[in-house]
Design a binder for this molecule. Structure first.
Ligand SMILES: [Zn+2]
Length: 320
């Protein structure tokens, strides 16, 4: 049984030959003293069969092969339970089950749609107990949190409260369709102040548009803003004010760094303790990830690369 390609892939990853073979090719490479790749991807997904005619399932095997090809040692696998997150739910139970044989590399998260707290999980202890069960089954974070509610909706506040008690960092998507907020992100500020012990990891186009100041409500919508970053962005202000705020560089994150390279260079260094490498891989047809060029494009000190590519995720998720 252990002769499966996957088992061999796992052994190859652990062995020295993997790192030697790819050491020259991987611009994101962060290696330990045995030369192994150490990059952690904070944001990937699995997808179940039937989710699309042309796509099919994205299995744990696919994911591990893709990680090997892209020199990623470990990845956080995020369920998608809200209809706004994905039309075909990827449940926490599915993610826990699929990642179970590969926990050395695949780190499961859990997710609960906060609207369930309005109908079923109406008691605080029920929410805490459910998250505790997920945590005990291996979950290291809550997300991808992506419901069509205000970021500071009372139902979400109750979910954050339970996450804080169970110590599961929250990875949230923010735009005008999910975890909605106003320019300047005052709703998020309220959340960060209410749960100072809970780490929040920002993701999504509305979130990353907020590296810039002078935004309108429309700018928080699903789009990729171009051009120079106007000063006064909410992300820097909130990161100054709240040590529990982090940023996930997946998806629109890389675009946000690359749209104004002078800003991106300084931001990556300035926020080296708060930024997490990620891709948002969720579909077998995805080929291009700007994230892989980030460390090539910018001139970053080794300790900055190490923090962004591994250490910050390792610390937040409590990985060895
Ligand atoms: Zn995602």
């Amino acid at each position: 049984m252990d002769q499966s390609p996957l088992a061999m892939a796992r052994r190859t990853f652990v062995g020295h030959s993997f790192a030697t073979a790819f050491a020259m090719a991987n611009p994101l490479r962060a290696t330990d003293d045995r030369g192994r790749s150490e990059t952690i991807d904070i944001h990937v997904h699995l997808a179940q069969q039937w989710y699309g005619e042309s796509h099919g399932a994205l299995t744990a095997t696919h994911l591990l092969r893709w990680m090997d090809a892209n020199h990623i040692a470990q990845a956080a696998v995020l369920p998608l339970v809200s209809p706004e997150a994905f039309w075909y739910p990827v449940t926490t139970e599915f993610v826990l089950r699929e990642t179970e044989p590969f926990r050395d590399r695949l780190i499961p998260f859990c997710a609960i749609d906060p609207r369930a707290l309005g109908t079923h999980l109406t008691d605080r202890q029920q929410v805490v107990d459910m998250l505790r069960r997920y945590r005990d089954a291996g979950a290291r974070g809550l997300g991808e949190h992506k419901p069509q509610l205000a970021i500071d909706d009372p139902l979400s506040l109750r979910l954050y409260e339970a996450s804080s008690e169970v110590k599961l960092p929250v990875l949230f998507h923010l735009d005008n369709k999910a975890n909605m907020d106003r320019p300047g992100l005052p709703g998020l500020a309220k959340v960060l102040a209410a749960f100072p012990e809970l780490a929040f990891i920002g993701h999504g186009k509305g979130w990353w548009a907020s590296i810039a100041g002078g935004l309108t409500q429309e700018d928080l919508h699903v789009s990729y803003p171009e051009g120079p970053v106007q000063p006064g962005g909410a992300i820097d202000k909130l990161m100054d004010q709240f040590p529990n705020l982090y940023g996930d560089l997946s998806s629109s994150g890389a675009h946000a760094m690359l749209r104004d390279r002078e800003f991106g260079q300084k931001f990556l260094v300035r926020r080296a303790d708060r930024l997490l490498f990620g891709t948002d891989y969720y579909d077998l047809t995805q080929r291009e990830f700007q994230q892989f060029s980030l460390f090539d494009t910018f001139s970053l000190p080794p300790d900055v690369k190490q923090k962004i590519s591994r250490e910050n995720s390792q610390r937040l998720l409590g990985l060895d």
